[in-house]
Ligand binder design. Structure first.
Ligand code: URA
Length: 223
């Protein structure tokens, strides 16, 4: 990838760099008790990558591997996501990666903890961290991974089958789009798997292209 494409712009604000501000918020979030997920989590998975990056990827929430390590997308989904990013010449240092909820949602079933989707109450409690993350990073483009993320960022009741791959303007970023969640792709087989994987690679390519275009637009500031 050419250096002037998706490379982060280093912006230092009066109150500290984006990296410093994210670290500050992540430290506060690391002891969050705003919902009951705090009782079962091992670690808060705040996010990772480059807070100066123009592209933000947002998943649903951490699973077992993320809960154990404190890092987003480190299980099989993460391996697939990294592959699809790499096919576009992108690594985690070119993006900021986080989730709608920052603690693992799980249920005790059959003698073990199993991942489950977060409840609306848990997502609402966690929205303070999502809002602050976006407010600091100020991504030009957001790529939502899966319906829960798209419902939080683009509009409620987002329908992946109908609306995936389309650009929307959101209050969080001028350009937002949803792509298949890697965990969904991993549940498919054969041609369905190949098609969904290809779609994720293409949606990342579209997001990368949108960043290039957005960087050419004049900044809309009052002063
Ligand atoms: N799935 C997600 O949505 N996020 C992660 O961090 C890992 C798996």
């Amino acid at each position: 990838m050419a250096d002037d494409e998706i490379q982060p712009q280093i912006v230092t604000e009066a109150t500290g760099s984006k990296t410093e501000r994210i670290e500050e918020v992540a430290k506060i979030a690391s002891v969050c008790t705003a919902c009951d997920l705090s009782k079962t989590r091992t670690r808060v998975v705040f996010g990772e990558g480059n807070p100066e990056a123009p592209l933000m990827l947002i998943g649903e929430g951490p699973g077992q591997n993320e809960d154990a390590t404190g890092r987003p997308f480190v299980g099989r989904s993460g391996v697939l996501l990294d592959e699809c990013l790499r096919e576009n010449g992108i690594t985690r240092k070119h993006v900021y990666l986080c989730n709608v909820v920052r603690c693992r949602a799980c249920v005790f079933e059959g003698g073990r903890l199993k991942n489950r989707p977060p409840t609306p109450t848990e997502s609402e409690a966690c929205s303070q961290w999502l809002n602050q993350t976006i407010e600091i990073v100020k991504p030009k483009v957001i790529l939502c991974l899966g319906a829960p993320s798209a419902s939080a960022i683009i509009h409620k009741g987002f329908k992946m089958t109908k609306e995936r791959g389309q650009w929307f303007e959101s209050k969080f970023a001028k350009y937002a789009m949803a792509a298949w969640h890697p965990a969904y792709i991993l549940r498919l087989e054969g041609e369905a798997y190949e098609a969904a994987r290809r779609a994720l690679v293409e949606d990342i390519a579209a997001a990368r292209q949108k960043v290039i275009e957005a960087k050419k637009e004049p900044e809309m500031t009052l002063f």
